[in-house]
Design a protein. Structure first.
Length: 378
């Protein structure tokens, strides 16, 4: 079978959002399926450009005219910025009001309908057996819908997060109502739906008759390779690591308070070290305001690294800090099961999770080992 994926988060972009479809592509190709990916061109404002293009896919990056374009040159460890591009910070602020409707990839679907759509891409779409689009962002679904109407192929719509009624990226009324309308309009044309967790399936079961739950996980081969190239430890004191982005709704204030309490009870500055890699500026700002004495000695803020290096960082840590915008307030909040969670579990390191124990992620961590800490209590 020939499967065409429409997705924004895909190599060479370094993002946890890319892992799901990247793993689908890898293992489906081993089963004998032909994999094509139609995507957007990436730049530094999307995130670090560090990942190799998988050899088991044919990747086409196109623009809004349907012409072949290219992502910017790969970034190196020395040039990866610690903070996300200013345009993404503006977008995050706007999302509090308009939700996910205002998206910089909104013109991407026009490339699929273009009369000058690249001939190779058009031939790939015409000979495909099925289209699969993965959200976020929502224009990938619109691109797949355009391809379905133009080439007459079945379409599977995949959700890594909820589109409508999203607990983090949902806007205020009337934009939230517009998201619900658009989500339902897209679903009416989809032949099947896949989601990442049971709570998310419950939500989309009410909107579509054919919904399947395919949870995220970890690539055991990537973990095995990381184990063969271990990261050397620096110092004899315990190291807790966090890798990723700190968002406004998930600043680990209780964890910071616990470290501050520990710091005031000991004179040993090397009693504990917390290393954070990625866009963690919100946490850094919180510490500067509430516990500046923790900077440099207790909390160390570092630049992101490639996915392979991040796995080695996980394996070399004594413990891993897990936070997520997950609670029991809605199906969207309950349904958060990130790839990072499963990679943390696969690493075998102790997990310190500042998250509600009643959440799905909290229950998974608690079930995995009695040594893990799942709490919001200082």
């Amino acid at each position: 079978m020939k499967i065409v994926f429409f997705i924004h988060y895909f190599p060479p972009l370094n993002s946890t959002g890319a892992r799901r479809v990247e793993s689908f592509a890898k293992y489906l190709s081993r089963m004998g399926h032909e994999i094509v990916v139609v995507s957007t061109a990436k730049s530094g404002r999307d995130g670090p450009i560090t990942e190799p293009i998988p050899p088991w896919v044919r990747l086409y990056e196109i623009n809004s005219r349907g012409l072949i374009t290219r992502s910017k040159a790969p970034t190196t460890a020395q040039t990866i910025p610690r903070r996300i591009h200013w345009s993404r910070r503006i977008k995050q602020r706007l999302m509090k009001v308009v939700g996910q409707l205002l998206d910089p990839r909104a013109l991407f679907p026009l490339g699929i309908t273009s009369r000058v759509l690249n001939r190779r891409v058009a031939d790939e779409l015409a000979s495909a057996d099925v289209f699969v689009s993965s959200f976020p962002p929502w224009p990938m679904h619109l691109a797949a819908l355009a391809a379905k109407r133009r080439f007459g192929k079945p379409w599977i719509i995949d959700y890594r997060d909820q589109f409508s009624a999203n607990h983090v990226m949902g806007g205020v009324w009337p934009f939230s109502a517009m998201e619900r309308w658009l989500d339902r309009a897209l679903l009416r044309s989809a032949d099947a739906v896949t989601v990442i967790s049971p709570p998310m399936k419950t939500y989309y079961d009410a909107l579509h008759p054919c919904v399947f739950c395919i949870e995220n996980g970890f690539d055991h081969e990537a973990i095995a390779i990381a184990r063969t190239h271990p990261r050397e430890r620096s110092g004899s004191f315990p190291v807790i690591r966090y890798l990723g982005t700190i968002v406004r709704d998930a600043v680990p204030i209780n964890f910071v308070a616990a470290v501050s309490k520990l710091a005031t009870s000991t004179s040993d500055k090397e009693h504990l070290r917390v290393e954070l890699r990625g866009d963690t500026r919100l946490l850094e700002e919180h510490i500067r305001k509430t516990a500046p004495h923790l900077l440099n000695d207790w909390f160390i803020f570092l630049s992101p690294v490639s996915h392979a290096d991040s796995l080695r960082e996980m394996l070399a840590a004594d413990a891993l800090l897990f936070i997520a915008t997950s609670d029991v307030s809605s199906l969207s909040a309950q349904g958060v099961l990130t790839t990072k969670l499963f990679e943390y579990l696969a690493s075998g390191r102790q997990i310190i999770a500042e998250i509600d124990e009643a959440t799905l992620a909290g229950r998974y961590i608690r079930k995995a080992s009695p040594n893990h800490v799942v709490s919001r209590d200082v």
